[in-house]
Design a protein around this ligand. Structure first.
Ligand code: HSE
Length: 323
């Protein structure tokens, strides 16, 4: 039986969730692929951290080139987070003929055209399902079963941390800082949660969605963005008095002349609105296509195992398609 060899960049929350997903479902994954799957090398400095998994120490390396130039490695999974060095590493991996899978929305959104060009030029697959909506298969659906549509609009709750915070403040009366600490402890938040609470993470995801849906790349820094850090208990109570909830919403729509409108900001939604009942770390993405009509995707948008599920799904798709 063939063995698919993987180099993993980063064994933080999502790296560990990916490793656990593979261990949890190894029998099913390998029998589906009719191939063994081996994470052979891991770029990670923190070798001693207790992650609740057993990783043979010889798999760890501090030399990224030992992964990119290893002719035996088929796929590189990038889970370092942040724009650099993650982008340069992904480009190097592709230039060395490796297929790449990532969950890194900041890197993908900041460098979308360059990454896509590099994948095409080098004849490798680049998969990034986990970068938007955690475990929700939104990108694959847009690029596959929904490809025959022209899209008018996308509206979503795209950040699990802020949705968790808003839910805990609204339903449990928690204060902002306690709710944020809980979201961090559960592995939802970015290393620097400023990206979550200021809406930057949601803007990264909206940029990726727009590139795929509308074939127009908008740099995330050009998306008007307001986060939730200024929302107070009084704002939440005042919304409640009007039968509304406050949610961090990412929104884009296409005008008749082809131009786009886009923004990320906290919005008041009527309690009867479909997105008003999306709570905790769940995400929901509403899209409208001219043939399919309205669709809503719902699922866990953050967390090690839901995100690991999407990463491993991409790995499996590469193995099935090209290895
Ligand atoms: N920090 C992100 C979130 C992780 O809370 O949604 C998933 O992209």
């Amino acid at each position: 039986m063939k063995t698919v060899k993987i180099g993993l960049l980063g064994l933080g929350n999502i790296g560990t969730g990916t490793y656990k997903t593979l261990e949890l479902n190894r029998d099913e994954i390998e029998s589906t692929l009719k191939a063994k799957v081996d994470i052979v090398r891991i770029l990670e400095r923190d070798v001693d951290r207790d992650r609740g998994i057993h990783v043979p120490p010889e798999k760890f390396t501090s030399d990224p080139d030992s992964i990119f130039t290893d002719p035996d490695i088929d796929i590189v999974i990038e889970l370092l987070g942040g724009i650099e060095p993650a982008t340069s590493f992904m480009l190097s991996a592709m230039e060395n003929g490796k297929h790449v899978v990532t969950a890194n929305k900041a890197a993908v959104a900041a460098n979308y055209p360059r990454i896509m060009e590099t994948a095409e030029k080098n004849g490798v697959m680049f998969k990034y399902e986990a970068s938007v909506g955690g475990g929700i298969p939104i990108l694959t659906s847009i690029d596959g079963p929904l490809r025959a549509n022209k899209f008018h609009e996308v509206l979503g709750i795209l950040n699990g941390t802020t949705n968790y915070i808003m839910t805990m403040m609204t339903k449990e009366g928690l204060d902002y800082n306690t709710a944020l600490k809980e979201a961090q402890a559960k592995g939802f938040a970015e290393a620097d949660p400023t990206a979550d609470v200021e809406g930057i993470d949601a803007a990264n995801k909206l940029s990726i969605l727009m590139a795929l849906m509308f074939d127009q790349y908008v740099h995330p820094e050009d998306i008007p963005t307001t986060g939730i850090s200024a929302i107070t208990k009084e704002d939440i109570e005042s919304a409640r008095a009007d039968s509304c909830v406050i949610k961090l919403i990412a929104k884009a729509s296409k005008n008749d002349d082809g131009s786009l409108n886009y923004e990320v900001r906290p919005m008041r939604l009527k309690e009867s609105h479909p997105l008003a009942s999306i709570n905790m770390e769940f995400n929901a993405v509403f899209v409208e296509g001219n043939a399919v009509g309205e669709l809503m995707f719902y699922g866990k948008g953050a967390g090690p195992l839901p995100t690991g599920s999407a990463v491993m799904g991409d790995v499996m798709e590469i193995v099935r398609r090209v290895l």
